[in-house]
Design a protein. Structure first.
Length: 277
């Protein structure tokens, strides 16, 4: 019986740093592991089941809560550097060897730094709706504006444009993300959101590195962005593309920060083509 993300059991591993990490694993056994790195305040249950299930058709997909988030132990760091160290400790504890990384938003920061540091073997990376160190961000403004709309779910104004097509796709995503009923992660509170907001703001405020992280990444990279992302504008994607030695850039139409959730099948197809090539 094929495991689906909606029913994949929670598993746990304790890393060398003493933190107990929660994760779910599904897909094709023996394939190169694809580790998913989540967005601001996101947990395992913030991923789109349709997207994860499509990725798992040909990949060994690993979804986890980083330290201090969801069902994992530890404390939520307030720096991207420590979040990266925590993610590295988790991957090392699994003992899976070389991995591919898919980082969404804040997760894309972690994927960049992990690929550049090379403390764990990374083959390829996919960065979605993210930004380079020193990039442009409007996190607090966009979150406040989304909250002021009093939508049925804050992800609708936060992740999707105001067009009818995008909002329809957003509502479908919200419904899919709510299907799982057992072993759901607790929602992120202020302790998590404040720490992660500080990490994001500090990462983008650092204009001194001259894109040193990007220039250190020699792994093939797929950069995907929404055309109308207000949190991390699409100029970030182009800046990443310009300063990386082996990057491909895709911009999805009429889409915002959650472009991968608006086009889950298309995005999964692009990821599979990239990873298989």
């Amino acid at each position: 019986m094929t495991i689906q993300f909606e029913t994949a059991p929670n598993q746990y591993v304790t890393a060398g740093d003493g933190v107990r990490y929660a994760y779910r694993r599904l897909g094709r056994s023996g394939a190169k592991p694809l580790v998913l790195l989540q967005h601001f305040t996101g947990t395992m249950d913030s991923w789109d089941p349709t997207l994860v299930n499509h990725l798992a058709l040909n990949r060994d997909v690993i979804v986890f809560d980083n330290a201090g988030v969801g069902a994992s132990g530890g404390k939520t760091p307030d720096t991207v550097e420590q979040m990266t160290s925590d993610a590295e400790a988790f991957i090392e504890a699994l003992g899976v060897g070389e991995v591919d990384l898919l980082g969404f938003s804040l997760g894309g920061f972690i994927a960049q730094l992990m690929a550049a540091e090379k403390k764990v073997p990374v083959r390829k990376i996919i960065s979605v709706g993210s930004a380079p160190q020193g990039g442009e961000e409007h996190l607090l403004q966009v979150v406040a504006e989304a909250a002021s709309k009093h939508a049925s779910d804050i992800r609708l104004p936060l992740f999707f444009t105001q067009s009818e097509r995008s909002q329809t796709a957003g509502k479908a995503f919200v419904a899919r993300a709510a299907v799982r009923q057992t072993e759901r992660d607790p929602k992120s509170g202020d302790e998590i959101s404040n720490a992660q907001a500080n990490a994001i703001i500090a990462w983008c405020a650092d204009k001194t590195t001259d894109h040193a992280v990007l220039k250190s990444i020699d792994q093939p990279t797929l950069i995907v962005h929404g055309s109308d992302d207000t949190m991390f504008p699409a100029v970030n994607a182009y800046e990443m593309f310009k300063h990386m030695s082996n990057a491909t850039l895709i911009i999805y139409p009429d889409s915002a920060h959650g472009a991968l959730f608006q086009y889950p099948e298309t995005f999964a197809s692009h990821v599979e083509f990239f990873l298989a090539s």
